[in-house]
Ligand binder design. Structure first.
Ligand SMILES: NC(=O)c1ccc[n+]([C@@H]2O[C@H](COP(=O)([O-])OP(=O)(O)OC[C@H]3O[C@@H](n4cnc5c(N)ncnc54)[C@H](OP(=O)(O)O)[C@@H]3O)[C@@H](O)[C@H]2O)c1
Length: 238
């Protein structure tokens, strides 16, 4: 794979950090973001941390200026930043709906809109959206999150059809339950119950996700577009 400039939202921990480190260890330059200032634990000099709130369009404009000033033109975009705010539908507050849609779905729109022009100019690009099993099979308490993640599937397919002729692929990865801060709230009982429904009998690791993202960004994946690919140990089968 030729050396790319890779932009990853939500890279300060969990799946995003794993994706960032994986690209950096293959020699790619990686701009990784989160809402607050952070540093990468690994001292790989290919890693550039940046504060950015993807739900805030002013913050995105500042980021685009930073990229221009530093002559950084990403050709790989991983829309990974995501939040949950779980609540049963009847109790769900407007702000719990709004915040989850604003980050998971609108944030993906905001960032893609800002970075795709350069990919079109280069006639080369890879956009990879991190979705969720929850958007494919639903999950009680996650009407907001499932809606946002299901929305990413439509986003992925429509955009893939629009920009395929420009040499840009657009795909989604739908993780199942992955061992990160997002699933840290699960107690041992809840974990055991979940694992019983997973044919491969374990939660996923961050590397299970970053390995697929690295592949989707490669030349070998150049004929794959518009897809949502599950990495969930078999939890959801189409
Ligand atoms: N873990 C799972 O089991 C699982 C399952 C299915 C799908 N996913 C999806 O995988 C992705 C990563 O999940 P994770 O488990 O690694 O989550 P995580 O550990 O909670 O990390 C989320 C990352 O997103 C950043 N972030 C959140 N809101 C942001 C915003 N508005 N702007 C910029 N950055 C923001 C966070 O940093 P700050 O908080 O500092 O901003 C952090 O870096 C998410 O899209 C999630 O929905 C995870």
């Amino acid at each position: 794979m030729s050396k790319e400039i890779v932009f990853i939202s939500g890279a300060s921990r969990g799946i995003g950090t794993s994706i960032a480190e994986s690209f950096a260890s293959h020699g790619h330059t990686v701009i990784g973001t989160s809402r607050s200032n952070f540093t990468f634990e690994s001292n790989n000099e290919n890693l550039i941390p940046l504060a950015l709130d993807i739900s805030d369009r002013d913050s995105i404009r500042e980021c685009v200026t930073f990229l221009k000033e530093n002559d950084l033109s990403p050709t790989v975009l991983v829309n990974n930043a995501g939040i949950t705010s779980d609540q049963l539908f009847l109790r769900m507050k407007d702000e719990e709906w709004d915040n989850v849609i604003a980050t998971n779905l609108t944030g993906t729109f905001n960032l893609t809109k800002a970075l795709i022009k350069n990919m079109i100019k280069n006639r080369h690009g890879r956009i990879i959206n991190i979705s969720s099993v929850s958007g494919l099979m639903g999950n009680p308490g996650q009407v907001n999150y499932s809606s946002a993640k299901a929305g990413l599937s439509g986003f992925t397919k429509s955009l893939a059809k629009e920009v395929g002729s420009r040499g840009i692929t657009v795909n989604s990865v739908a993780p199942g339950f992955i061992d990160t801060d997002m699933t840290a709230y699960l107690d041992d009982d809840a974990r055991d119950k979940l694992i019983k429904d997973i044919p491969l009998n374990r939660l996923g690791s961050v590397k299970d996700i970053s390995d697929l993202v690295l592949f989707l960004a490669s030349q070998e994946a150049s004929y794959i577009t518009g897809q949502t690919i599950s990495v969930d140990g078999g939890l959801f089968m189409y």
